[in-house]
Design a protein around this ligand. Structure first.
Ligand code: HEM
Length: 165
C-alpha cells in the first residue's frame, strides 16, 4: 500500500470505525448522498428534458432560460451534499475505494458533469439574452444531452462501486 494511502487510512481510521459500527451514521450519510443526488439530478434531468424537447422556434424559450437560471442554486446545493457525503463515504474505507478503477472512472464522470454544467449555465444565460438565437439554442441543447448522459453514467458508477469495489 502506498505511503499516501497508508496516511489517509490512518487519518480516517476513527471515522471508518464510527461509520462501520453505527447504522444511524451510515444511514444519515447515504441519505445525504442519495438525497442530494435525487434533488440535483432530478431537477437537472427535468430541465435537460425540457431543453431537449423544445424544438426550433419554440415560443417559451425565455421562460425556459429563466427556469434554468433559477434552478442553478438548488442543483449546486444538491451537488454540495453529494460531494460532502461522497468524501465521508470514501473515508469510510479509503483502501477499497481509492484503489478501485470504478471509483476513479466515476470521479472522472463527475468532473465532466461539473464542467459540462458550467457550459450549460453559460448557454442558458446567453439564451436569456437572446431567446430566439438558434445557434445559442443548439449549444444549450447539446449541453443538455451531455448533462443527461453524464448524470446517468455517474449514477451507474455509484451503483457499480457498491457492487464491485
Ligand atoms: C453526481 C454525482 C454522484 C452520483 C450520481 C452518485 C451516486 C451514487 C450512488 C447511486 C451510490 C450507491 C449508493 C448505494 O449503495 O445505495 C454511490 C455510492 C458511492 N459514492 Fe457516489 N455519487 C456521486 C458523486 C460522488 C462523489 C463526488 C463521491 C466522492 C467524493 C462519491 C463517492 C461514493 C462512494 C465512496 C460510494 C460507495 C458507498 C458504499 O459502497 O458504501 N460519489 N454514489
Amino acid at each position: 500500500m502506498s505511503g499516501l494511502l497508508e496516511w489517509i487510512a490512518g487519518a480516517t481510521a476513527g471515522w471508518a470505525d464510527l461509520y462501520g459500527s453505527s447504522s444511524a451514521v451510515e444511514t444519515a450519510v447515504m441519505f445525504l448522498h442519495l438525497g442530494g443526488m435525487v434533488a440535483a439530478g432530478g431537477l437537472a434531468f427535468t430541465l435537460d428534458r425540457a431543453v431537449i424537447r423544445s424544438g426550433r422556434g419554440w415560443p417559451h424559450r425565455d421562460d425556459l432560460a429563466r427556469e434554468l437560471h433559477a434552478s442553478h442554486g438548488v442543483i449546486l446545493l444538491g451537488l454540495a451534499l453529494v460531494f460532502v457525503s461522497g468524501i465521508a463515504l470514501t473515508a469510510s474505507d479509503p483502501e477499497i475505494f481509492l484503489t478501485s478503477w470504478i471509483y476513479w472512472a466515476k470521479m472522472a464522470a463527475v468532473v465532466l458533469l461539473l464542467a459540462n454544467g458550467w457550459f450549460l449555465k453559460g448557454w442558458g444565460d446567453r439564451l436569456r439574452a437572446a431567446p430566439q438565437d438558434e445557434g445559442v439554442f443548439r449549444g444549450l441543447r447539446r449541453a443538455a444531452l451531455r448533462s443527461a448522459a453524464l448524470w446517468a453514467v455517474s449514477l451507474l458508477g455509484g451503483i457499480a462501486i457498491t457492487m464491485y469495489a
